[in-house]
Design a protein around this ligand. Structure first.
Ligand SMILES: NC(=O)c1ccc[n+]([C@@H]2O[C@H](COP(=O)([O-])OP(=O)(O)OC[C@H]3O[C@@H](n4cnc5c(N)ncnc54)[C@H](OP(=O)(O)O)[C@@H]3O)[C@@H](O)[C@H]2O)c1
Length: 294
């Protein structure tokens, strides 16, 4: 274990999708101590995945560790930190951190231990895949300097790209990641539903007919920028097509129309920056997309 952290031990409370993935990656650089879940079977499965550590439940007879990762769901992080504190295992200077995107380090509420939050902008939906795809993940980090100065290089050692986030901006920062990741999935699912309502089979040969379009759009966006990647009727100032879409959406689920209009308004702003459509045509489209006018 040729690492500056090799003498340190990390224990994890809540080894689910994120916890077990990070512990597996950390295990190449430091010692993994106890893996504590509420359920012994899930704790043992996490240990098997990590390849080291001791499965445990409860807070009696915990063993000391230099680093504590609390990776329970967000709504139990505070209560978990309190239980860890009350267990009496924490020594002055042990580092305690969580990985929530929306909570700050102060939610851990520990007086004698430096605390931090490190939020990987990564979806751990499939832990096995995450092991190979984690490298390059940006991680928003904030907290007490004594914790940040250890966690920043530790995360860098597993391939992350840590960056500082101000604790007072964490909720807005997290809303941005949720909109980009989770809502993108919802948007694509709505697109599939609209396609199905138009009579198109949504799985031609096991692939959605939207798949090449989704991939091209993401490639264009990621290799250029929003203004360069934008195409379509709003970018062209084609109000007649937008009007036809809105007529077609009448009688369909109200949510489809609301999402279409809200994102259409965001698209008008990008189109104005792009400059292909005239200001008049964008103003007409804006009137069409205003649900109060309908
Ligand atoms: N998943 C992601 O993509 C992702 C991305 C970035 C950040 N995060 C953050 O990572 C943290 C964990 O999320 P996750 O998706 O990994 O959650 P998860 O898959 O639901 O795992 C949570 C784990 O915590 C255990 N647990 C729940 N309550 C507990 C308690 N009171 N005491 C001890 N163990 C408990 C559960 O096992 P038992 O039921 O056996 O107790 C489970 O193994 C959250 O703060 C989340 O915001 C997640």
């Amino acid at each position: 274990m040729p690492s500056q952290f090799s003498t340190l031990t990390l224990s994890c409370i809540g080894a689910g999708r994120l916890g077990k993935t990070l512990c597996h990656l950390f295990s190449k650089h430091l010692q993994i101590g106890q893996i504590i879940n509420r359920n012994q079977v899930s704790a043992q499965l996490a240990v098997d995945f990590i390849g080291s550590g001791q499965a445990y439940t409860g807070y009696s007879d915990l063993k000391p560790a230099d680093l504590w990762l609390i990776a329970t769901p967000d709504n139990s992080i505070q209560q978990t930190s309190k239980a860890l504190k009350n267990s009496g295992v924490l020594r002055n200077g042990d580092i305690v951190f969580h990985c929530s995107g929306s909570l700050g380090a102060d939610s851990l509420a520990l007086d004698n231990c430096p605390t931090a939050s490190v939020h990987p902008i990564h979806s751990f939906a499939n832990p096995q895949n995450s092991l190979t795809h984690f490298a390059g993940t940006a991680c928003g980090i904030e907290g007490q300097p004594e914790a940040v100065e250890v966690l920043k290089p530790l995360f860098a050692n597993i391939g992350a790209a840590p960056f500082a986030i101000a604790s007072e901006h964490k909720s807005l920062y997290h809303a941005a990641t949720v909109m980009t990741c989770n809502y993108l999935v919802s948007l694509m699912a709505l697109g599939e539903q609209m396609l199905a309502a138009s009579g198109v089979d949504s799985a031609v040969g096991n692939h959605s007919p939207l798949e090449p379009l989704i991939r091209q759009t993401l490639d264009n966006y990621l290799s250029t920028d929003a203004v360069s990647a934008l195409t379509g009727p709003i970018a062209r100032g084609d109000s007649a097509t937008i009007e036809a879409h809105l007529q077609a959406l009448q009688g369909q689920p109200e949510l489809w129309q609301k999402v279409y209009c809200a994102l259409g308004n965001a698209t008008i702003e990008l189109s104005a920056q792009q400059g292909q459509a005239s200001a008049d045509s964008l103003a007409s489209i804006s009137t069409l997309l205003n649900l109060d006018n309908r």
